[in-house]
Design a protein around this ligand. Structure first.
Ligand SMILES: Nc1ncnc2c1ncn2[C@@H]1O[C@H](COP(=O)(O)OP(=O)(O)O)[C@@H](O)[C@H]1O
Ligand SMILES: CC(=O)N[C@@H](CCC(=O)OP(=O)(O)O)C(=O)O
Length: 283
């Protein structure tokens, strides 16, 4: 396969501020539209890694899970953007997230990726999530142990994390990837959280791409959830941004992962698009 190497001088760009800093990138399953785009995203991450930015990739895989479930004749139900996860479903979640999706992404990182699940090193320690009733094996993170992630970063690798977690009893749980990315970003004291999804950003009207909300304050979020503007998978995404920013983070963005080099443009600050939320110290 032919690959292109991006050559960008860090000192001449906004990128310089991120050198030596940690950025957590959440790559949503819905944005992994095709192999060419996935390759382009991984090329961007490799280029950013070469510039000395400590990147952590947390991935989703919702569509792959749904596809796997379909093959065994199962449909999923989502409550507040979370998949109701019975025993059969957690098996598929494990196969798809910690197996197929994780390894496919690691394979594209040309030896620079190291695949980890939240179970490894008990990175994502969970208990059963009960805030929206009984969702089965959906986990609520009680603690993040970033030891393995830090080891990988210190050695120059890009940790690629699938969001299954483990309880103190050894039970495996399914965790929404945006929620996990946010908690990992907090534990790593990351400089920025970026969520790459399949839409232009947060829209006032999902049917109208011109209704993009380019930035918003934390106190504007809850009313948008209450009046139904923010729905489904966008709820844990925005909530993850809010949690990051109320726990010391400075900047969280939701960008259109369907556009090639969206992550590069976001960090370069040229052609930025999407929605950005800022922490208390940052506006
Ligand atoms: N106000 C909103 N603006 C944009 N997207 C929204 C909004 N409310 C709900 N959504 C939905 O959230 C989806 C993104 O979340 P999700 O499907 O979980 O993606 P991902 O796989 O990237 O995590 C969008 O495709 C859209 O259908
Ligand atoms: C509890 C829960 O909903 N877990 C998610 C985990 C994967 C995920 O979040 O993937 P995306 O980022 O592609 O949506 C799920 O089962 O779909």
């Amino acid at each position: 396969m032919q690959t292109t190497q991006l050559t960008i001088q860090p000192q001449s760009t906004r990128l310089a501020q991120y050198t030596g800093k940690t950025i957590v990138v959440k790559y949503g399953g819905n944005a992994m539209i095709n192999d060419t785009l996935k390759q382009a995203v991984m090329q961007d991450l490799l280029a950013l890694n070469r510039l000395g930015i400590r990147l952590v990739l947390v991935h989703g895989g919702g569509p792959e899970i749904s596809q796997g479930l379909k093959q065994i004749g199962k449909e999923s139900q989502f409550i507040q953007g979370l998949r109701v996860t019975d025993r059969e479903t957690i098996e598929i979640v494990l196969q798809m997230l910690a197996g197929k999706v994780n390894k496919q992404l690691v394979a594209l990182l040309q030896g620079k990726g190291v695949g980890l699940s939240g179970i490894d090193g008990a990175m994502l320690q969970c208990q059963k999530c009960t805030i929206h009733g009984d969702l089965g094996f959906v986990g609520e993170i009680v603690k993040v142990d970033p030891t393995l992630v830090k080891l990988a970063l210190e050695s120059g690798f890009i940790p690629v994390i699938s969001t299954v977690g483990v309880s103190s009893e050894g039970e495996i749980y399914n965790i929404n990837a945006d929620t996990a990315a946010s908690q990992i970003a907090i534990a790593l004291d990351a400089a920025k959280l970026v969520s790459m999804t399949d839409i232009a950003g947060l829209l006032r009207d999902q049917q109208d791409p011109h209704s993009l909300i380019t930035s918003l304050n934390l106190n504007e979020v809850q009313p948008l959830i209450d009046n139904g503007v923010i729905q489904g998978g966008m709820i844990p995404k925005i909530q993850g941004c809010v949690d990051f920013l109320t726990n010391g983070g400075e900047e969280a963005s939701i960008i259109d992962g369907r556009i090639a080099h969206a992550i590069f443009n976001e960090l370069l600050g040229e052609e930025r698009c999407g929605t950005t939320l800022y922490g208390a110290n940052c506006q």
